[in-house]
Design a protein around this ligand. Structure first.
Ligand code: PEP
Ligand code: MN
Length: 264
């Protein structure tokens, strides 16, 4: 299989706008859950850049549990994302929910995110596999590591070999956290696949007080980076405000992660 270590024994390293992801390079992907407007997004982008993030995230098409919740700004959001990425010299990542959005999102973003809810949307995986964009594939909330790797295989089998895996927690009986972070998924996937894997402690825990410890644990477990939701004003966020980390603790976290990555 194309994602397997048998096919490619060495870790894959992908480069996007001068940032290398995989093979021991530390990816720090950060930004708000959703792009809510130009002013607030630029403010957050500037803050995460100053804190040491090297990839900017922001959702323009949001997979919300309720149809009455903020669904994202769509193309207007993508324009803001691209402008902020250019302004602060960071590659960008944003979610694509539907094959019909792929061309549009490709025009504005550097990395295509496939969300947990779409990890087994096979038509979406195949279509994204026909692009040449870097892809960040998130683990489904009840998917096994094998399922995740098979979903990556869908993309690879169409010709696009640039897939980054993302552990973002799985559903469990624990109700004090949003999901349960599966740290073992990191070395587990790395034992089977050459693809980079990063961790998303924001969606895995849903709690800013737990994000730093789980981010550090992910890097200690061998993750190629982290994905953290940051907001300068979480109380006013239109999506995932309660789990957003403020810029200050985020900056302290990035310092810790860089020091950790150095000794590993
Ligand atoms: C997100 O990154 O904002 C998101 C919706 O994540 P997930 O698909 O992991 O729930
Ligand atoms: Mn979110």
């Amino acid at each position: 299989k194309l994602a397997s270590k048998e096919f490619r024994p060495d870790p894959s390293v992908f480069e996007v706008k001068g940032i290398r992801i995989g093979g021991g390079h530390l990816a720090v992907i950060a930004g708000p859950c959703a792009i809510e407007g130009e002013e607030i997004f630029f403010e957050i982008a500037e803050a995460v850049r100053a804190a040491g993030a090297n990839v900017l995230r922001g959702g323009a098409f949001k997979p919300r549990t309720s149809p009455y919740s903020f669904q994202g700004l769509g193309e207007e959001g993508l324009k803001i994302l691209k402008a902020a990425g250019d302004r602060f010299a960071m590659p960008t990542v944003t979610e694509v929910m539907d094959p019909r959005q792929i061309d549009l999102v490709c025009r504005y973003a550097d990395i295509l995110q496939i969300g947990a809810r779409n990890m087994q949307n096979f038509d979406l995986l195949k279509e994204i596999g026909r692009t040449d964009k870097l892809v960040m594939l998130k683990r489904g909330m009840s998917a096994t590591v094998k399922d995740l790797l098979m979903s990556a295989e869908y993309i690879l089998s169409q010709g696009n070999h640039k897939v980054i895996l993302c552990e973002r927690g799985v559903r469990s009986f624990e109700d004090s956290t949003r999901n349960m972070m599966d740290l073992s998924a990191i070395p587990n996937a790395q034992g089977q696949s050459h693809l980079p894997i990063i961790a998303d402690p924001s969606h895995a825990t849903g709690r800013p007080d737990l994000i730093p410890a789980m981010a550090r644990a992910s890097i200690a477990a061998g993750a190629d980076g982290v994905h953290v939701e940051v907001h300068t004003c979480p109380e006013q966020a239109l999506s995932d405000g309660p789990q957003a980390l403020l810029p200050e603790p985020f900056a302290a976290l990035v310092d810790d992660l860089r020091r950790l990555a150095e000794v590993l």
